[in-house]
Design a binder for this molecule. Structure first.
Ligand SMILES: NC(=O)C1=CN([C@@H]2O[C@H](COP(=O)(O)OP(=O)(O)OC[C@H]3O[C@@H](n4cnc5c(N)ncnc54)[C@H](OP(=O)(O)O)[C@@H]3O)[C@@H](O)[C@H]2O)[C@@H](O)CC1
Ligand SMILES: Nc1ncnc2c1ncn2[C@@H]1O[C@H](COP(=O)(O)OP(=O)(O)O)[C@@H](O)[C@H]1O
Ligand SMILES: [K+]
Length: 505
């Protein structure tokens, strides 16, 4: 499991330990990574051009100390100070002692920025507030040819949420200290961070409010039939989705559920005959189920379907048309529920559920806040879909999904996710686990489908754009790739597969 902590938690954990040794460990890890990158890019550190962007605090101090370490190995290091009167004195002295050049002229800084082999972004770290200041803003868009390494986090990204007010630096790699920060894992911040490397410095923070599953966590969560299992014990999922107008949604929910491990799927809806023609495994008509999926493409049948499922004393996943109807009814509609409810909105549906001034764009810009607010208001677990999928519980704990590809932004792929998450609910997983496991598996299936027979490329799994070597996928292909994703995640050699998928730490 990856754990991400808030700035407040990091500060408290830091206060329990002495300061300088922490900074020394941080700087050693940062300098080692920069040296490795320079060797990979230029063959050696000696003679490389390195630029340090240094702000007013310890983040700038880390960057300047790392610059000094690289200068001692023969790199030509220069630093531009963004708050000259407040720059970290000891670190600045260390850089000067190695012969490093220091400037306060932003025009010189921008010229160095354009030609450096490696840039260290030490403008601001966890002390940052409300976006980049004017002196730093040009570096967010200035042209460069070298690699940019963010120190602790990309300047301009909110550490606790991933929100970006205005501009932020865009890194090729982020070296973060002690623990992950939520903002490194959630878009738009995650998109600015690139792959994240964690340097342990001995912090002992409390339980993490934000987590990200990894392969081993998924393998532990996914249900496996035992010797005594039968289809009922594995979980029967009831599906009220699809309509005469949208028969495809029913097919895709059912495909997600069947490939996602449901013991059986019971379908209640108009296009029943068509569903059975495509999926002969499906049962039709009333009967016992362990969970419901309601809403995808349910069109004119939505009101009746929502009434029936919300009255049931089993977990219910509400998606798509079901969410639009729920938004009309408001949070009170879930007040009488005796079993858990899982809501799976995209940002447009989230805005509808929140009402007021909420828009899809605002929800996308503040994913963690949106998922938490919805979970709190509706007293339900919420899976907010999109470039970073966030799952939140009413108590505010959250999981962010590290798998996926933007090729998943294709009609019907959300229906497949609903069926898959429903199957995991029916198997007995609690909604938080069912939702986060489903998002992970769905993202992995999307990547496997997009990669075709190719090995998944190494690198960030967090894709706001499809990786090179990936091709478009259809929702049906995503459903069909679920068993391969399941095998990939649970195979004994999961670790190496994980590396191949770029899912490691
Ligand atoms: N925690 C740990 O365990 C360890 C932490 N370590 C490192 O320390 C870093 C945190 O250092 P920090 O506390 O000095 O804060 P930091 O981010 O450098 O900001 C400083 C000042 O910047 C200013 N400022 C504010 N907003 C701004 C903006 N938008 N744009 C520009 N400037 C802005 C504001 O000062 P102001 O100008 O308002 O007076 C603020 O006080 C952390 O990220 C990590 O790198 C490691 O060394 C090892 C262990
Ligand atoms: N930019 C993106 N990057 C990664 N995944 C995405 C992106 N956009 C959408 N997705 C995923 O694709 C799926 C789309 O679901 P949804 O919006 O409900 O579409 P539909 O209703 O057509 O099925 C979700 O799982 C979502 O997380
Ligand atoms: K930074």
């Amino acid at each position: 499991m990856r754990h991400a902590h808030t700035v407040e938690q990091v500060r408290a954990a830091e206060a329990e330990l002495a300061g300088q040794p922490l900074m020394d460990r941080a700087v050693a890890g940062l300098a080692a990574t920069c040296a490795r990158l320079l060797r990979e890019r230029r063959g050696r550190v000696y003679g490389s051009r390195v630029l340090v962007l240094a702000g007013s605090g310890d983040n700038g101090g880390d960057a300047l100390f790392a610059g000094a370490a690289l200068a001692r190995r023969g790199a030509a290091v220069s630093a531009v100070l963004l708050s000259p009167e407040k720059a970290h004195r000891a670190a600045l002295a260390a850089l000067r002692a190695t012969g490093g050049q220091v400037t306060t002229d932003q025009n010189v800084g921008l010229a160095d920025f354009a030609r450096a082999d490696l840039i260290l972004d030490g403008i601001v770290g966890i002390g940052g507030r409300s976006g980049l200041r004017p002196a730093a803003a040009p570096y967010a868009t200035a042209p460069r040819t070298g690699l940019l390494v963010a120190v602790d986090l990309p300047s301009g990204v909110d550490a606790d949420t991933g929100e970006v007010a205005g501009a932020a630096l865009r890194a090729d790699l982020t070296v973060t200290f002690g623990t992950h920060k939520p903002g490194l894992l959630i878009d738009p911040g995650a998109g600015h961070a690139g792959p994240v490397q964690l340097v342990p410095i001995g912090l002992r923070p409390p339980a993490a409010p934000v987590q990200a599953l990894q392969h081993a966590d998924l393998a532990a969560l996914l249900p496996r039939p035992g010797a005594e299992s039968d289809k009922y014990r594995r979980g029967v999922l009831g599906v009220r989705a699809g309509s005469e107008r949208y028969p495809g949604a029913a097919q895709l929910v059912v495909a997600g559920a069947l490939h996602g491990g449901a013991g059986a799927v019971r379908y209640l809806g108009r296009p029943g005959a068509e569903v059975v023609r495509r999926h002969p495994e499906v049962l039709l008509g009333d009967g016992r189920v362990q969970a419901w999926v309601v809403g995808p493409g349910s069109g004119e049948a939505t009101v009746e379907a929502l009434d029936a499922t919300l009255a049931a004393e089993v977990p219910v996943l509400v998606d798509a048309d079901g969410l639009t109807e729920l938004a009309r009814r408001g949070p009170g509609a879930l007040a009488g529920r005796t079993a858990p409810t899982l809501l799976t909105p995209h940002t447009g549906e989230a805005a509808r559920l929140l009402g007021g001034a909420a828009t899809a764009e605002r929800c996308a810009a503040a994913r963690l806040r949106t998922a938490r607010e919805l979970a709190d208001r509706y007293g339900a677990t919420v899976l907010l879909k999109g470039s970073t999928t966030v799952v939140a519980r009413p108590d505010g704990t959250a999981r962010v999904n590290p798998t996926g590809t933007s090729w998943l932004a294709t009609a019907g792929s959300g229906d497949v996710l609903a069926g898959l998450a429903g199957a995991l609910l029916a198997a007995g997983l609690d909604p938080f686990d069912a939702a986060s496991a489903a998002a992970y598996l769905h993202g992995l299936a999307g990547r496997l489908a997009a990669a075709g027979g190719n090995r998944l490329p190494f690198g960030s799994v967090h894709s706001t754009v499809g990786d090179r070597g990936e091709a478009p996928v259809t929702a049906r292909q995503v459903a069909a790739a679920l068993p391969a994703a399941w095998r990939n995640a649970t195979a004994p050699q999961g670790g190496s597969q994980q590396d191949a998928a770029g899912l490691g730490d």
